[in-house]
Every structure is written in structure tokens, then in C-alpha cells.
Design a protein around this ligand. Sequence first.
Ligand code: PGA
Length: 255
Amino acid sequence: MSRKYIIAGNWKMNKTPEEGKELASEIASIVSKDATVEVVVCPAFVALERVSQAIESSAVRLGAQNLYPKTSGAYTGEVSPEMLRAVFAKYVILGHSERREHFHESDAFINEKVKFSLENLLKPILCIGETLEQREAGETLDVVKTQLLGGLDGVDASGMSNLVIAYEPVWAIGTGKTATPEMAQEVHGSIRSLLKEAYSDAVAAKTRIIYGGSMKPANADDLLAQPDIDGGLIGGASLDSKSFGDLIDSARKLS
Ligand code: PGA
């Protein structure tokens, strides 16, 4: 497989700058300069700069958890792509279900952020996924399709080469319930087919689609072994260098 695994830690609203620096230093010493797997850490805004310094001489990459799609100006409380680039962020998580739920982010707004990130040289990790009610009502593929095509509206093939999709079933996030490898593979396979239709075979074959939702060392091997699962977006298990390191190892073994 030509797609490189990506293991990304979404620290959410955890870790002060000092704690973030410590965790990032531990991860940097585990990864060192080994780029077999792409490793990304996404701390809260206030910890970005210190984490950036802690991973500077390693292969670990920095990501943010959000941005605002404007260059600068009167947007109290918001952070621009230029500010993120200034601390050497390369990635940005967009459309996370927690932002869709608590901050009422729509597909149209997420799409604006996706396009603005790409224009400003940040790589979006676009999150999509269904709730439990939607899954039980048999709507999973419809929901995923709407969020995927909505989020990618106006993104061309070259934009796609700088973007990662994260499939995160909402019912599996932070709940300890993981989609079985087969359930996850089914949706990942459908997402790849949608990319084939919307773009081309080549774009579909190259785009990385990662899984998120209670991924941990105990279930990672089976999830990552699925043909259309190209890595993980990890919350809880990314807050500890031992479990995050084990996840990186799982992906390395399969590389
Ligand atoms: P979790 O979170 O690993 O704690 O389930 C994943 C995510 O929300 O990105």
C-alpha cells in the first residue's frame, strides 16, 4: 500500500502548556526521526508553541484542533491559519463531532474552514461520522456522504493531496465502544468509493482515511489491518506516551 499510516493525537481540552511539553517530549523521544508512520499531536491552542519546541528535532508533526477562516480582524476568541503556521502547525482538525454538537458547526461552515486551510497551507483532518440514532435508523452511509461531500465542496484533486479524512462514529468517541474492524472497514470502503465517484480512482487510492473512536493498543492492530483504514485519530489513548507509543508501533508493524 502506498498510503503512509498517520497516527494523530487529539488532546482536546487537556494538558496545560507545561504538561503538553512533557508529553510531547516523551513522544518525540519515542518517534525520534523515524518517519515510517506520520505522527501528529494536536494540543490546545495555548500549548501549541511549547509542544512545537518540544518536537522540533523529531519527525513528530504539529496540528491544531480548530481555526477560524479569516486572515485577521475582529473575531474575538478566534485563531487564524497564519497564527497556527507561525508556531509551525502543519495540520488542523476540522468538523470534529464535538464542534458540530457543542458549537453548532454546519457542513457549510466546516467547508469554508477546509478551503481556507488549504489556501493557507494547513492540511485539514476532516472528521465525519454518524450518531447512534443515525446508525440505528440505517442512515450511516447517507450521513457520511452528506458530511463528506459537504465538507469537500469546491476542493479539487490537488487540495485532496493535502487532506486527511477521519471517520469517527460519534457513538464510539470517548465511550470505550469501538466500531468492530468490519464495521469500520465497511464505512471506510464506502468513503473511498465516494471519493472515486467525486474525483477519480487515483485520488481515492491516494487519500488517507483514518479511524477515530476509542482506538487503543488493544484494538488498534485489527483496525489498522483493514485495507481502507490508514491510521487513527486518537483522543483518550493519546494522552499517555506509553499507549500512544504502542499505537505508533502497531502502525509501524503494518508498514
Ligand atoms: P477517543 O476520541 O479516542 O477518546 O474516542 C477520538 C476523537 O474524538 O478524536
